[in-house]
Design a protein around this ligand. Structure first.
Ligand code: PLP
Length: 465
């Protein structure tokens, strides 16, 4: 069972003290860490005495915080063995009625309008597949060709043999990380970054090397220093409409990043989940155009529908072969019907792009207008694409806002979930994927939460996509 040291926990806790008694504030912050996955289910917390020493608090305060967590159903203490995080809402037993909560923990939209129609055509074309085994470990030839054409349209000539179809991009991340990262390897990740990519790297016991990114861009001087100092085995990056900042790496930046990575023998793992969510930027060549060894991940979750669970990996042919071998211990391929739907959808990529552009543009405008009205003191850079704004909510604490906003019917993800070491306490990711009306109500609810500042009730675990 994993345990967390007092030092590591202190880093994760960040600046947790607030207006309430220390033990309740500490318990609330620990609860948030459990809910959003930074303290996974079953993690053993430090002994009360150790944590008291490291935090400079009395043992009574820690004991009271742990007791409060037990009361909230987030901690299980076993005499003589320690205290363990337990997820507060076991499957099927939700701690609160989640209906009526506007879920902005997921930057995700309902299915695009053509999904149902494409699914119908896919069912109609299923016949010949039914005469085959259905086990397609690297993917249906028809879809691999369609994905290769998707890259060729974006000026990266691609052979279908370079493509593996996966069950979404998260699956692709896990497969690539499982193949290429060994325990103790260094892996570079943008800071902030997509949390579940960090989860995959930490599960492989990688040591994370931060590459700073802000809404105004990538700090490539810092990246150069980090690559030189640690020669990471891979660097996981989102060059287009980065999640959560919404920024894009310009052409010169792509060239330089590719050069730096080549020099330090670092493989670039480019996540293009959000690459086509362009509101007003215009196309840029994929990172693979500058780095022949780059592995590129993409999928249809954001462009078409998350419920499809279809993604892909573009990699050198030899890597696709090794991935296919490694995959068999987990799963034996992506469902055929879903692959047919994906192939149909890719034939209408331009329709999907235009529909998402219109919806995201409306959402972005509504969100920025509401934030400017309710939170004039915040700095909210408006991205030219992607799914979320990365607001600077200084001096407010995003962890506190997230816990309080639950009481007001809005679920959000706290800034530190996107960072390596408890950073970004004054940053809040606000997706603009919901409808303009929902976004206006969400910001009004957030303003009410900021007023009362109290913490929400026990809730189900949060995933941040
Ligand atoms: C950057 C990024 N990568 C991967 C994923 C997961 O994608 P999928 O739903 O295809 O697994 C997400 C989902 O939000 C994402 O934002």
């Amino acid at each position: 069972m994993a345990s967390v040291t007092s030092q590591r926990l202190t880093t994760l806790l960040g600046s947790w003290a607030g207006r309430g008694p220390a033990y309740t504030e500490l318990a609330e912050r620990l609860r948030l860490l459990a809910l959003d996955g930074r303290l996974p289910d079953g993690t053993r917390l430090p002994a009360e005495r150790d944590l008291a020493r490291t935090l400079g608090l009395s043992r009574t305060t820690i004991a009271a915080a742990y007791a409060r967590l037990r009361e909230l159903g987030c901690l299980d203490s076993v005499r003589g063995s320690g205290s363990y995080i337990v997820l507060p809402a076991p499957p099927g037993v939700p701690a609160v009625d989640e209906a009526g909560i506007l879920d902005l923990t997921k930057a995700a939209m309902p299915a695009a309008s053509i999904v149902a129609e494409c699914a119908g055509r896919a069912v109609a074309s299923l016949g010949p597949e039914l005469g085959r085994s259905g086990y397609e470990i690297v993917g249906l030839p028809r879809l691999r060709i369609a994905v290769a054409e998707h890259f060729a349209r974006r000026s990266v000539p691609t052979d279908p043999d370079q493509i593996m179809i996966t069950n979404g991009v998260q699956h692709a991340i896990a497969l690539v990380v499982g193949l290429l990262v060994s325990s103790g390897d260094r892996a570079a990740v943008e800071q902030p970054t997509y949390p579940h990519a960090m989860d995959a790297l930490l599960a492989a016991k990688a040591r994370l090397v931060p590459l700073p990114v802000s809404p105004t861009g990538w700090d490539l001087d810092a990246a150069e220093a980090a690559f030189r100092a640690s020669s990471p085995v891979l660097a996981y990056v989102m060059p287009d409409f980065h999640n959560p900042t919404g920024g894009s790496l310009d052409v010169a930046g792509r060239e330089r990043l590719a050069r730096l990575a080549a020099r330090s023998g670092t493989l670039l793992l480019a996540d293009e989940t959000t690459a086509l969510l362009d509101i007003s930027r215009g196309p840029l060549p994929p990172l693979a155009a500058f780095s022949p060894s780059a592995v590129t991940l993409g999928g249809l979750a954001k462009l078409a529908w998350g419920g499809l669970r279809v993604g892909w990996i573009r990699a050198p042919r030899s890597t696709v072969g090794r991935l296919a071998q490694a995959r068999t211990s987990h799963d034996l391929g992506t469902p055929v019907l879903e692959q047919l739907v994906a192939a149909e959808l890719l034939e209408h990529e331009d329709v999907l792009v235009a529909e998402r552009r219109a919806r995201l543009g409306e959402g972005l405008r509504a969100l920025i207008t509401a934030l400017t009205a309710y939170f004039p003191g915040w700095t909210v850079p408006a991205p030219n694409g992607g799914m979320a704004v990365w607001a600077d909510c200084t001096p407010m604490s995003s962890s506190r806002l997230v816990m309080a906003s639950r009481l007001h019917g809005v679920a959000l993800t706290a800034g530190p979930r996107f960072g390596v070491n408890g950073a970004f306490e004054h940053r809040l990711r606000l997706p603009f994927t919901a409808s303009p009306d929902e976004l206006r109500s969400a910001v009004a609810a957030l303003a009410a939460a900021a007023q009362d500042g109290s913490a929400g009730p026990s809730v189900a675990p949060l995933i941040a996509v």
